[in-house]
Design a binder for this molecule. Structure first.
Ligand code: THU
Length: 131
């Protein structure tokens, strides 16, 4: 596993510990390596009005944007109960806003990265105003 992949896996797994998911009981963590070299992590956060919760990837993006960064270099996602979980459709679009089709997305189990896929393979022909 590359050093960045390992770092992102550990950050995502740590964030997953903070997941607030008492309704789905499905904790998720995500971590982003931004262009400045910093890692921004996040977890899914649910509430009693079920559709109003949001995903770990969305939390990580909010953390990155709120810290003044807007370029995702690599990222990792982990769901304790689903080894190899990929970002949901909505999150793929949110990730695409700040990443390239060649951006690596590391999929994990509880021990580390199991597979690395490119965002362009997760979201081909994405809707974008960029050329
Ligand atoms: N979830 C994520 O955090 N990321 C995904 O990519 C898929 C789903 C969350 C949303 C909800 O809190 C729980 O997982 C079950 O769907």
């Amino acid at each position: 596993m590359s050093k960045n992949a390992d770092r992102l896996f550990h950050a995502a797994r740590k964030a997953m510990e903070f997941s607030h998911s008492p309704y789905s009981m499905f904790p998720v963590g995500a971590a982003i390596l931004a262009k400045n070299g910093e890692v921004y992590a996040g977890c899914n956060i649910e509430n009693a009005s079920y559709p109003e919760g949001w995903c770990a990837e969305t939390s990580a993006i909010a953390h990155m944007i709120g810290s003044g960064q807007n370029q995702i270099v690599e990222m990792a996602v982990i769901a304790a109960k689903m080894p190899g979980a990929t970002p949901c459709g909505g999150c793929r679009q949110r990730i695409a806003e700040f990443a390239k089709s060649t951006t690596p997305v590391h999929l994990c189990n509880n021990d580390g990265v199991t597979e690395t896929v490119l965002l362009g393979d997760l979201l081909p022909k994405s809707f974008s105003f960029e050329e």
